[in-house]
Design a protein around this ligand. Structure first.
Ligand code: NAD
Ligand code: 13P
Length: 349
């Protein structure tokens, strides 16, 4: 039986941790090749060295995950086409705004029996409406694509603190078992759920709720308000997911990808942190400026997702049904003050 070969497309904060998790299993399990390739968006570090060279020399992603060894079987590769060439299992994990370009570059380059999984939290909005990243991958590359989402702050998993994750899949159970095997460790417990759209929409929409939670923190509104924002946010997540895909299951929102990710992101995520600083500035500093200053190259997903969600709601005539989602976007763009996050009427979902 031939062994599976895995390539991780992406090498940011979560991308690097995903590579570490996968590498620790690939080296142990006989059904996988030891080597795990990791595509790196090349950049030159302040000391003049290339990030890829430093990763391969030190076994650390010194920019996006400093201080953590990735595993000697991780090989960084700056050439996207070369990195995916021999792989039959592709793990996509980049900020969502880069996925369209990556899929275009890979168009026609993926041949044979290849499976994919997306760890990307976000969506694209096309003329026809919203397009989830797993569908973008599936359609553009002609391959099946599962998703892995969950309450997964990368820096905590990097130091092997226990957490759970959800793999969303459709179709046969066989391939999902392989993904579960590839990611599972004693500190990373993965549960498969037959609801790819529900799992991916949870991961995507919770980033908008996290921005709202950051506003509440910046305005020092306290725990009850933040809990209310999480509850209303979860309710809007569920309602929008079901409007977009009626097959989405209620039970998905109780998995790690649902309620647990809302909680962890609203407590400790990057979207929350930058939104807090935005509200503290009274909305005077821009998210772009704060992101560059606070995250050292890491990227926020919540602000662009709020815009994308707003476009969908506006297009479908659903704005009034989703006051939290639409208010977040209007605050991000300066049309409303951060205080507006609690100044809307209860909706009729
Ligand atoms: P990140 O925000 O840490 O890093 C940004 C990455 O984008 C870097 O690898 C950088 O090299 C790359 N990049 C910059 N410009 C680029 C370009 N033009 N084209 C392609 N790549 C470019 O990334 P991350 O944390 O790995 O996030 C990836 C996805 O994982 C996101 O959807 C995020 O929501 C999700 N996620 C993140 C975490 C976390 O805790 N970090 C946890 C769960 C899910
Ligand atoms: P942030 O991007 O807000 O840090 O969220 C990370 C995450 O998705 C945790 O599950």
């Amino acid at each position: 039986v031939s062994k599976s070969k895995v390539t991780v497309v992406g090498s940011g904060n979560w991308g690097s941790v995903a590579a570490k998790l996968i590498a620790s299993n690939a080296i142990k399990l006989p059904s996988f090749h030891d080597e795990v390739r990791m595509w790196v968006f090349e950049e030159v570090l302040p000391n003049g060295e290339k990030l890829t060279d430093v990763i391969n020399k030190t076994n650390e992603n010194v920019k996006y995950l400093p201080g953590i060894k990735l595993g000697r079987n991780v090989v960084a590769d700056p050439d996207l086409e070369n990195a995916v060439k021999e792989a039959n299992m592709l793990v996509f994990v980049t900020p969502h705004q880069f996925m369209d370009g990556i899929c275009k570059k890979l168009d026609g380059k993926i041949t044979g029996n290849v499976e994919a999984i997306s760890l990307v939290k976000g969506m694209e909005v096309k003329k026809e409406g919203p397009c989830m990243i797993s569908s973008l991958i599936s359609k553009q590359l002609g391959i099946n694509c599962c998703v892995l989402m969950g309450a997964n702050i990368a820096n905590e998993i990097a130091v092997e603190k226990f957490s759970e994750a959800t793999v969303g899949y459709k179709g046969s159970r066989e391939i999902v078992e392989t993904w579960v095997q590839l990611f599972s460790t004693p500190y990373f417990m993965v549960t498969p759920v037959h609801d790819v759209e529900g799992v991916e929409l949870c991961g995507t929409l919770k980033n908008v709720v996290a921005i709202a939670a950051g506003f509440v923190d910046g305005l020092e509104m306290g725990n009850n308000t933040k809990a209310a924002i999480m509850r209303i946010g979860l309710r809007e997540m569920k309602a929008l997911s079901k409007l977009l895909f009626p097959s989405v299951k209620d039970s998905t929102f109780f998995e790690s990808c649902g309620v647990a990710d809302v909680i962890t992101t609203c407590l400790g995520g990057r979207n929350r942190r930058v939104a807090e600083a935005f509200a503290k500035s009274g909305g005077k500093r821009s998210f772009d400026e704060l992101e560059a200053e606070m995250l050292q190259g890491q990227k926020l997903q919540g602000v662009s997702t709020a815009r994308e969600v707003y476009e969908v709601l506006n297009h479908c005539g659903w704005l009034e049904m989703f006051p939290l989602f639409s208010t977040v976007h209007q605050i991000c763009t300066g049309r409303l003050q951060p205080e507006a996050i609690v100044q809307y009427r209860e909706n009729k979902l």
